[in-house]
Design a protein around this ligand. Structure first.
Ligand code: PHE
Length: 467
């Protein structure tokens, strides 16, 4: 196959930061802390870390190695690994395309809240029904979504080096500083929960880290494992074409094993720090009941109330928090856009990156506007599988996350484990002279354990079995 001159990450640091930027996203912030509080604190953390070092490591290694070996976008890489497997390429390009259109809508909500806090109007967002009123209005969500998308498009337009790598090198350190700063502040707070009891941030920290075995049965433990697995799977940005695309820009002499460890470490540390900032803050002012919220209701309803309770400091913490979330969402959205734009570039050899980016940008902006209007003129409520009264956004989220992604990941394991053989990946990883310490583990995981775990995940998220 004819290949065009490919962009490359100039250095390993740039690559690791870009991949970590993709991995660190909304999931780390609005779902990880909630699951940790729900699933026994330290118990969840230990299960999560074990899974990250085995299951997560296997999926991440496979995708990055497929990308680097083929030097192709996800659209073409699977077919190059084995002819006849091109359908996986199509699936792995369709997934980021679909996710991008709704992820950017949420990115737009983040922009709106960040601006509200930065302009000192954060308190207004705590009025009853504010969030619902905002997302169901006609123009505002569209405007902010388009602003968020233009930021992504500009970065992808500038290319792998000048856009993705350069922006990650600025955004990721800034994000880390913000998360660490807010987390430390949240450990020092003290306040009164709705039941009148005085609580401290450190007690909230205990909820995150102390293993809670009360009421632990085999069934509960299975739930903890499945929750951790689903979270990890989403959090490391696999099965979205992203890591194949980013892998294809990695130089042949880079040490993949080291980079993978660093990406996972960064993702897990940020998720943990998000827990250190959110759990104490919510626990102090809202009590344990407050911790029952996750997703948009945590981010756009519960947390603004917590910031309000903090008084003056809340304005600053709120502004810094939403700026941090904006950074996290932006680097993830950029990686999604790169994943399908790279496919267009590989398919249309004559098209320039700039043209391809603008084209993809226009198509997805139209799609995202439809998603925004799903809360307005295209409003409908449907319930299916695990979704209750969903709108267009929930529908796209379900199709991609609960259905297409596990299927792509299972097929990738089958392709590598059984059709091509794990040797191809092992050789790719060891090519640079890297020591593949977990080679035996990788082979067992990719052939047997991962496809089985993923099948459970698929059936569970489709609501066909309940674990
Ligand atoms: N890893 C991201 C997160 O935790 C998930 C994601 C990545 C979503 C890229 C979309 C795009 O939020």
């Amino acid at each position: 196959m004819k290949k065009r001159e490919r962009n490359k990450f100039a250095g390993t640091v740039g690559f690791v930061l870009a991949a970590a930027g993709s991995a660190v996203g909304l999931g780390n912030i609005w779902r990880f802390p909630y699951l940790a509080a729900k699933d026994g604190g330290g118990l969840f953390l230990v299960v999560y870390i074990i899974l990250a070092l085995t299951f997560g490591f296997t999926l991440l290694t496979s995708e990055l190695a497929i990308g680097r070996k083929t030097k192709l976008s996800p659209l073409k890489a699977y077919g190059e690994m084995k002819s006849g497997w091109n359908f996986l390429g199509i699936l792995s390009s369709a997934i980021p395309f679909i996710i991008f259109m709704y992820y950017c809508v949420i990115g737009g909500w983040v922009v709106k809240y960040a601006l509200m806090y930065i302009l000192g109007n954060g308190d207004l967002t705590t009025a009853d029904g504010y969030f619902g009123g905002f997302i169901t209005s006609t123009w505002q969500p569209i405007l902010f979504t388009v602003i968020f998308m233009v930021c992504c498009i500009v970065i992808v337009y500038r290319g792998v080096n000048k856009g993705i790598e350069a922006s990650s090198k600025i955004i990721m350190p800034a994000l880390l500083i913000l998360v660490i700063g807010i987390a430390i502040f949240c450990l020092t707070i003290k306040g009164t929960a709705p039941d009148g009891s005085v609580r401290t941030g450190l007690e909230g920290f205990g909820v995150l880290v102390i293993p809670d075995f009360t009421g632990l049965t085999v069934g509960r433990f299975v739930t903890v494992v499945v929750d951790a697995m689903g979270q990890l799977f989403y959090s490391i940005s696999v099965a979205m074409g992203i890591m194949v695309a980013y892998g294809s820009y990695v130089k042949d002499d880079a040490n993949l094993v080291k980079s993978i460890n660093q990406i996972e470490l960064c993702d897990t540390v940020v998720a943990f720090l998000a827990g250190v900032m959110i759990i104490p803050a919510v626990y102090v002012f809202m009590g344990r009941e407050g911790l029952a919220a996750s997703g948009p209701s945590l981010m756009f309803v519960t947390l603004p109330r917590v910031f309000e309770e903090m008084g003056f400091a809340g304005h600053i913490v709120g502004a810094l928090f939403f700026a941090m979330v904006f950074f996290a969402a932006l680097t993830s959205a950029v990686s999604l856009m790169e994943a399908f734009t790279a496919g267009v570039l590989d398919h249309c050899h004559k098209m320039s990156r700039k043209k391809a980016t603008v084209l993809c940008g226009i198509v997805t902006i139209v799609g995202a506007i439809v998603v925004c209007l799903g809360y307005n003129i295209f409003y409908f409520e449907v319930s299916f599988a695990t979704v209750k009264n969903g709108q267009i956004l929930d529908f796209l989220d379900y199709i991609s996350n609960s259905f297409a992604m596990p299927i792509l990941a299972i097929c990738t394991c089958v392709l590598i484990g059984w059709v091509v053989g794990p040797k191809a990946i092992v050789e790719e990883v060891e090519k640079s002279g890297a020591k593949f310490g977990r080679r035996g583990l990788y082979i067992v995981m990719v052939k047997y354990v991962s496809p089985i775990l993923l099948t459970f995940l698929l059936l569970n998220s489709m609501g066909l079995i309940s674990l």
